[in-house]
Design a protein around this ligand. Structure first.
Ligand code: HEC
Length: 147
């Protein structure tokens, strides 16, 4: 076969090999979830990221009360109902549920620290509490993916 005909096959082979490996074998536990549930969860995730960005914005502006409000309503214990958390939890392995619960708890803790910071103006303490929220995002993403 002339090299010009061989090239597309080689290219296809190159594409075919690495992608399945990257998707299936990166050490994370793949969690099966029905399509609707999966779409719902990823939508929640994008709102989590948006909430973090909004929190950073209001913290930078010194509006600690707004930071507390966003954290509690969108990430904290008060967000569980609106996120349909109880439905989704049933599809998650125990460790994933625990990390999710820890994230909601840390977000509610951050909300309390942010309210205190509205009086003390202690930005450093507020940022420390916020990083304990994002630590839970990082921990779950490192361990699990959706199938
Ligand atoms: C309990 C586990 C868990 C926690 C906690 C968690 N995530 Fe996720 N997140 C996931 C999983 C699983 C995926 C899908 C990853 C995959 O399949 O590769 C995901 C995906 C995402 C995505 C991609 C959304 C898309 O449309 O594809 C974003 C953005 C995201 N998470 C943000 C966050 C942020 C920000 C936090 C913390 C405030 C967070 N997540 C906390 C499990 C979690």
């Amino acid at each position: 076969m002339p090299p010009s005909l061989l090239a597309p096959f080689l290219f296809a082979a190159l594409l075919a090999i690495p992608f399945p490996l990257a998707a299936q074998d990166d050490g994370r536990v793949a969690v099966p979830m029905p399509d609707l549930m999966r779409a719902h969860m990823l939508g929640n995730m994008r709102d989590h990221l948006l909430a973090l960005q909004e929190i950073q914005g209001v913290l930078a502006a010194g509006d600690y009360d707004a930071a507390a409000d966003i954290a509690e309503k969108r990430l904290g214990m008060s967000s569980l109902q609106s996120h349909g958390a109880s439905h989704m939890a049933g599809f998650m392995p125990e460790g994933m549920q625990a990390t999710g619960a820890a994230m909601h708890q840390e977000a509610s803790r951050f909300a309390v620290v942010a309210q205190e910071a509205a009086v003390t103006r202690d930005l450093s303490r507020a940022l420390g509490a916020l990083s304990r929220v994002t630590a839970q995002c990082v921990a779950c993403h490192a361990a699990y993916r959706l199938k």
